[in-house]
Ligand binder design. Structure first.
Ligand code: PMV
Length: 338
């Protein structure tokens, strides 16, 4: 048995949303995210002696064997085994934990596939490669698209944009030139409902095939990415708020208007959105909401308004919620030393 390698990878919240994909998790439009700090997955891998030919793994989540995830990882590794030489020589034991509870609307597959790709590449001796994080981003994407954006501190862009030469459909890149006003952003995650997802993201992406508004939506998202890159450079909070909220509602509009239409927002979601908009109007604090593929609301705001925003969330919204998880912009993945 060889020594363990352990990596921590954060989740991320999309400000411009990825919704719709082609084969091999190639996105139909570019997306842009803020990397989180408190919401992360840690994956430790131990290299064991093989007992049979072919791929051999065992997957533990929170100390317990997790068969569904083991099957998913096995499929992932079968498709990508050449990228992880360590899986040819060893049986791999994965031990994984999340810093956040299940079904909170925090993208656990993003942080999980991020940490798995990092740990496997690291155990395969790739850590000193100059493009280690790019390789990890590429391989994390093949597990869960949005995972590729978790590799970089602060903000990441995934998907090729004609006028942004470093951008790619195959991996995410860190966004450079960010105005200092956007360097300390917060994300308070309002848990409106903690039931498991009604409709998987994969099914949702699939419903963009043949969606009557798909082409317009992909153009809009690419435009929003370009606008957001300018906004992050200039420090324009009005535009920041407006793009983020438009994106959240556009994502849900796609779900509500697909062939197999569905609705993920709950009354508590709408209530929170209205309260946040009213609070912004009354205070002029640039606080805004975004949504992922679920009913929970991410509240995005600058750190300097933390006290005032927390007071508002606790007084106006907490009584109607299951929980609030306070997170912030993060510094990217980390190798955990024993
Ligand atoms: O990475 P996936 O396939 O779970 O898709 C994520 C989709 C959204 O979270 C709704 C948007 C995004 O860009 O993260």
């Amino acid at each position: 048995m060889s020594e363990k390698v352990r990596w921590r990878c954060p989740s991320n919240i999309a400000l411009v949303k990825y919704w719709g994909k082609r084969e091999n998790q190639i996105p139909c439009n570019a997306s842009l995210s803020m990397t989180l700090q408190a919401a992360f997955t840690e994956v430790a891998i131990t290299c064991l002696d093989k007992t049979q030919e072919g791929l051999e793994i065992e997957y533990f989540f929170d100390g317990k064997k997790n068969q569904p995830f083991e099957t998913r990882i096995l499929q992932y590794l079968m498709a990508n085994r050449n990228s992880f030489p360590v899986t040819r020589e060893h049986k791999i034991r994965f031990e994984s934990t999340n810093s956040f509870p299940h079904s909170t609307g925090i993208a656990s597959s993003a942080s999980a596939f991020g940490a798995i790709a990092l740990a496997l590449l690291s155990a395969s001796g790739k850590e000193s490669d100059p493009d280690f994080l790019r390789q990890a981003s590429y391989l994390a994407r093949l597990g869960s698209g949005s995972a590729c954006r978790s590799m970089f501190a602060d903000y990441a862009l995934w998907g090729s944009l004609a006028d942004y030469t470093s951008s790619s459909d195959e991996y995410a890149v860190a966004i450079e030139h960010v105005h200092s006003d956007f360097s300390d952003m917060r994300d308070a995650i309002l848990i409106v409902d903690d039931e498991a997802k009604k409709v998987s993201s994969s099914k949702g992406h699939g419903l963009m095939n043949g969606h009557p508004y798909a082409e317009t939506r992909f153009i809009q998202a690419n435009q929003h990415c370009r606008m957001m890159l300018d906004v992050l450079k200039s420090g324009d909070f009005d535009q920041f708020v407006s793009i983020i909220e438009r994106e959240a509602l556009a994502l849900h509009a796609m779900m509500m208007t697909s062939g197999d239409y569905y609705l993920l927002m709950k009354p508590g979601t709408i209530h929170a959105i209205e309260e946040i908009m009213n609070f912004r109007k009354e205070t002029n604090i640039p606080v805004c909401f975004t949504l992922d593929a679920g009913p929970n609301v991410h509240v995005i705001y600058p750190g300097k308004h933390e006290n005032r925003v927390r007071e508002f969330l606790i007084a106006a919204l907490q009584p109607h919620l299951k929980d609030i998880i306070y997170d912030r912009i993060g510094s990217g993945p980390e190798k955990i030393m024993y």
